[in-house]
Design a protein around this ligand. Structure first.
Ligand SMILES: Cc1c2[nH]c(c1CCC(=O)O)Cc1[nH]c(c(CCC(=O)O)c1C)Cc1[nH]c(c(CCC(=O)O)c1C)Cc1[nH]c(c(C)c1CCC(=O)O)C2
Length: 377
C-alpha cells in the first residue's frame, strides 16, 4: 500500500496531525510528505523505492462508484462542488493504490469560468454555444482569478489534507487544445476550422492563444497556491500539427504557461497524443516531464527530449482490454525501457477507456510496483 493511502482510505482514526498540519501514521517516522513521494522523485529524476504509476482519466467512467455518484449530477456541476471533486478524486486512489491523485475537473472548466458559454455533453465532450472566431469573441474571454474558481481552490485544499503523503496533480488544457474546442465549437477529428484560423488569421490566432495561456496560467496558479504537488498541461490534440507549425503557432503560448510556473517549485508535465515528432519542442516549452503516447518507445522519446527531463507513459489504453498475459508482457516491456531513461513515471499513452475493467488497472499498479521495487540508499 502506498504511503499515506490509509488516509485516502478514510481510516483517519489511525492518524495524527502534527503541528505543520501534515498527516503521519502512528509509529512511523515523519517523512517528507508528497514532495518526497516516489512520483515527485521520479519527476525530478531522483531514484525512489519503485517506479510510480498513475493513469490519465483514472477518475471517471471506468469506475462503478464514479457512475453512481455522478448519476444525477451534470459534469460541469460536479466539477464545481468541492465535496464531489474530493470524493471522485479519491476513488481511484482507494481502489488502485496509485502513486498520485489527479484533480477531478476538466480542461474547459477555466474557460467556462472566463465567461465562455459551454457544456460537457455525455458521450461527446465539450460543446461551445457560440464558437470563438473573431477578435470580439477573443475579447469576451475574461482573465480569471481565484474568486472565479474558488471551488477548485477549496477542493484542492480538502484533498491535500486528506491525501497525506500522496501527491495531488493539478492540470489544465494547453492553448492549442483549448482553442480547438473553442473555434470548432466541439470535438473535431481534423481541427480544420482551427487550422484555417491559424493559417488565415495569424494575428487573431496569436491573440486567442495568448488569452488562453493567461487563463490557463491563472488556473494552474490557483491550484499550486492551494497545494498541488505537480501540474500537467494537456495538449491532447497538438499532434495534429507539424513540428514547424507547432513551433510557430503553439510553442510560444505553451511556453508562457509552463515558464510562468518555473518558480512554483512543483514538477511540470507536458502531454499530448501523436506527438512523436513534437517531443523535443514540448520539452523545450519548459517541462520537467514529457508525456509520451504508445507510438514512441520511451528510450527513443528520451533521445528526442534530452537527458534533463523525465518521461511519462506509455501503455496503449487498448492493451488493458486484452487478456492479462498480454497486459503483463507490455507492462514489463515498458518498465524495461523505463530503466534506460533518466526518470520514468508509468502511465498510459492516453486516458483510461470507459470500458476498461477496473480490476485490470489495480493489477497493473501492483505489477508495476512489484517489478520495479528496488532498495533505496
Ligand atoms: C481533451 C480533454 C478533455 N478533458 C480532458 C482532456 C485532456 C485529456 C485527454 O486528452 O483525454 C482532461 C480531463 N477530463 C477529466 C479529467 C479528470 C481527471 C482524470 O481522472 O484524469 C481530466 C484530466 C474528467 C472528464 N471529462 C469528461 C468526462 C466524462 C464525463 C462523464 O462522466 O459523463 C470525465 C470523467 C468529459 C470530456 N471532456 C473532454 C472530453 C474529450 C470528454 C469525454 C467525452 C465523453 O466521451 O463523454 C475534454
Amino acid at each position: 500500500m502506498p504511503v499515506g493511502a490509509a488516509s485516502a482510505r478514510g481510516t483517519m482514526a489511525a492518524m495524527t496531525t502534527d503541528t505543520t498540519g501534515t498527516v503521519a501514521r502512528h509509529g512511523e517516522p515523519r517523512r517528507g510528505g508528497p514532495a518526497d513521494s516516489p512520483f515527485v522523485r521520479a519527476c525530478r529524476r531522483e531514484p525512489g523505492p519503485h517506479t510510480p504509476v498513475w493513469f490519465m482519466r483514472q477518475a471517471g467512467r471506468s469506475l462503478p462508484e464514479y457512475r453512481e455518484i455522478r448519476a444525477n449530477v451534470p459534469m460541469l456541476e460536479s466539477c464545481r462542488r468541492p465535496d464531489l471533486v474530493a470524493e471522485i478524486t479519491l476513488q481511484p486512489v482507494r481502489r488502485h493504490g496509485v502513486d498520485a491523485a489527479i484533480l477531478f475537473s476538466d480542461i474547459v472548466v477555466p474557460v467556462a469560468a472566463a465567461g465562455v458559454d459551454l457544456d460537457i455533453v455525455p458521450g461527446t465532450g465539450p460543446v461551445v454555444a457560440e464558437p470563438v472566431r473573431t477578435a470580439d469573441d477573443v475579447e469576451r474571454i475574461r482573465p480569471i482569478g481565484r474568486d472565479d474558481v474558488s471551488y477548485v481552490d477549496e477542493a484542492v485544499r480538502l484533498l491535500v489534507a486528506e491525501l497525506g503523503d500522496i501527491p495531488l496533480i493539478g492540470f489544465a488544457g494547453a492553448p492549442f487544445t483549448l482553442a480547438s474546442y473553442l473555434v470548432e465549437g466541439g470535438p473535431s477529428r481534423t481541427h480544420a476550422k482551427t487550422k484555417a484560423l491559424m493559417y488565415g488569421e495569424p494575428e487573431l490566432w496569436h491573440a486567442l492563444c495568448a488569452r488562453l495561456a493567461e487563463v490557463t496560467l491563472s488556473f494552474l496558479r490557483v491550484q499550486v497556491d492551494a497545494g498541488v504537488s505537480a501540474v500537467q498541461l494537456f495538449d491532447s490534440w497538438a499532434g495534429a500539427l507539424s513540428e514547424a507549425d507547432y513551433r510557430r503557432y503553439v510553442l510560444p503560448h505553451s511556453t508562457a504557461v509552463l515558464s510562468g510556473l518555473a518558480d512554483a517549485g512543483v514538477p511540470r508535465i507536458h502531454f499530448g497524443v501523436g506527438t512523436g515528432e513534437l517531443l523535443g519542442a514540448m520539452g523545450e516549452a519548459g517541462a520537467d516531464v514529457v508525456g509520451v503516447d504508445w507510438r514512441t518507445p520511451l528510450d527513443v522519446a528520451t533521445r528526442r527530449i534530452g537527458p534533463d527531463k523525465a518521461v511519462q507513459g506509455n501503455l496503449d489504453p487498448c492493451v488493458l482490454l486484452a487478456p492479462w498475459p498480454v497486459v503483463e508482457t507490455e507492462v514489463r516491456r515498458i518498465l524495461d525501457q523505463g530503466r534506460a531513461v533518466p526518470g520514468h513515471v508509468f502511465n498510459l499513452g492516453h486516458g483510461v477507456l470507459p470500458e476498461t475493467d477496473p480490476d485490470v488497472l489495480t493489477r497493473v499498479v501492483a505489477l508495476v510496483h512489484e517489478l520495479s521495487a528496488r532498495p533505496v540508499e
